[in-house]
Design a protein around this ligand. Structure first.
Ligand code: BGC
Length: 450
């Protein structure tokens, strides 16, 4: 099946992955421990006691994975660089052997005609920095900028576009507020400085990258927020949730200010984290593109628990993925149109840096016949094409993910790959969605060229 989506000429097709989710080789070539190595050791933290120690063994098998990408006819590949391979202790001079790996990968991609799009931080902070407070510490922002510069020193001549952070919202909430991801802290709203310090790190790194003539993006997890009803209480709750999930990570970048978080009893300085001049450091470098990671909308009702000004409500009457996430492709259109309404000309061009769904390998069906995934992707590409037709400047789509991989707290139980991975043998087998995506890209290229 090949569907036609009216996406613009020059549109870039890609896949996304992240270091800790695929690389394995956690002790290779001087890599230092990250917070995910430590978190996976905690009894009960990750489903079935899984960890990323081996994952997809991509550190060794990357040539095979690049060949799979080439088979798809991709324009681009979004991966992440593991900070603790570059700076095992999170500071100081670069570990050359760690950078060598990313250099081999980048050169292999370029040889295959695929543009590398690295993310500098996809949640795997060096444990040494966590021991000093992690992203609760302002210092970490400055360490991040130093690390980013070391990577750019090595690869900036071959990699024109960079993503600073992946989903600072999810890292703050899951990692520091709720503790269901590394570093496993349960700070609730006291975690808010983590938002600011990540954004400050972004701003400092972005200024340096842009001064080298490189393009800078950030990949934010964004969700259109729907009130459970028209009742004033539900709408106020939806607005409060939107401020926390979306605007907290967009307004400072595009408008140079934080949203009103008074519903949370939190002032503009986010518990004292924001200092004079910081918002300029965050907004001034500017963004060459906004990476949007979209999975589903969020439905919000008035609070039932006094601790928070909202309650999450289920979205009914739609299919759900194996993860239990509602499948609402139109939410992507709603999200993008909403961003333009909110930010107008301040909104940079958009690249979808993640979108995809997990399927159930244990189910009594052929794990390679992932018609649910094809339907998911087709629906979302249709919504994206409608957004483009409505004048939104969309530049690319990177599906999550190339391979089944280590899905954080869910271990290997949620499979997001176009390619099935047998984690006992490391055998990769393309699913039906792989052929579907390949044909879709081929069709687009036949009509528009590269
Ligand atoms: C993350 C990925 C993750 C995916 C599916 C995103 O939040 O950036 O690392 O695997 O969602 O849960």
């Amino acid at each position: 099946m090949t569907d036609r989506y009216d996406l613009p000429a020059g549109f870039r097709w890609g896949v996304s992955t992240a270091a800790y989710q695929i690389e394995g080789a956690v002790e290779e070539d001087g890599r230092g421990p990250s917070i995910w190595d430590a978190f996976c050791e905690r009894p009960g933290a990750v489903k079935n006691g899984d960890s990323g120690r081996v994952a997809c063994d991509h550190y060794r098998r990357w040539p095979e994975d690049v060949a799979l990408m080439k088979g798809l006819g991709l324009d681009g590949y979004r991966f992440s660089v593991a900070w603790s391979r570059v700076q095992p202790e999170g500071r100081g001079k670069a570990n050359a052997a760690g950078l060598d790996f990313y250099e081999r990968l980048v050169d292999g991609l370029l040889e295959a005609g695929i543009a590398p799009l690295p993310t500098l931080f996809h949640w795997d902070l060096p444990q040494a920095l966590e021991d000093e407070g992690g992203w609760m510490q302002r210092e970490t922002a400055f360490r991040f900028a130093e690390y980013a510069a070391l990577v750019a020193d090595r690869l900036g001549d071959r990699v024109p576009a960079w993503i600073t952070l992946n989903e600072p919202f999810v890292h703050m909430v899951f990692g520091y507020a709720l503790g269901i991801h590394a570093p496993g802290r349960g700070l609730m709203l006291d975690a808010l400085p983590v938002a600011h310090h990540q954004l400050l790190g972004h701003g400092l790194a972005a200024a340096d990258l842009r001064s080298r003539g490189l393009d800078v993006l950030i990949a934010n997890n964004l969700t259109p927020v729907r009130a459970a009803s028209e009742a004033a209480e539900d709408r106020a709750a939806a607005d409060a949730y939107d401020a926390l999930h979306n605007r907290l990570f967009m307004d400072p970048l595009l408008l140079g200010r934080y949203p009103d978080l008074s519903a949370y009893g939190v002032g503009e300085d986010l518990h004292g984290a924001v200092r004079d001049g910081d918002l300029e450091l965050i907004a001034r470098p500017g963004l060459d593109g906004l990476g949007v990671n979209y999975y589903n909308p969020t439905r919000i009702a008035a609070p039932t628990d006094p601790g928070l000004p909202f309650t999450q409500a289920p979205i009914e009457g739609v299919p759900h993925t194996h993860f239990g996430w509602p499948v609402v492709p139109d939410g992507l259109h709603e999200l993008l149109v909403g961003l333009r309404e909110r930010y107008g000309d301040a909104l940079p061009p958009i690249t979808i840096t993640e979108n995809g769904c997990s399927t159930d390998d244990a189910a009594d069906t052929d794990p390679l016949d992932d018609s649910d995934r094809i339907a998911y992707l087709a629906g979302h590409l249709d919504a994206l094409a409608r957004a483009a037709a409505d004048g939104i400047d969309v530049r690319g789509y990177y599906t999550w993910s190339l391979l089944d991989n280590f899905e954080w707290a869910e271990g290997f139980s949620q499979r997001f790959g176009l390619v099935h991975v047998d984690f006992d043998t490391q055998v990769r087998t393309p699913r039906a969605s792989y052929a579907w995506y390949r044909d879709l890209i081929g069709d687009h290229v036949a009509r528009h060229g590269r």
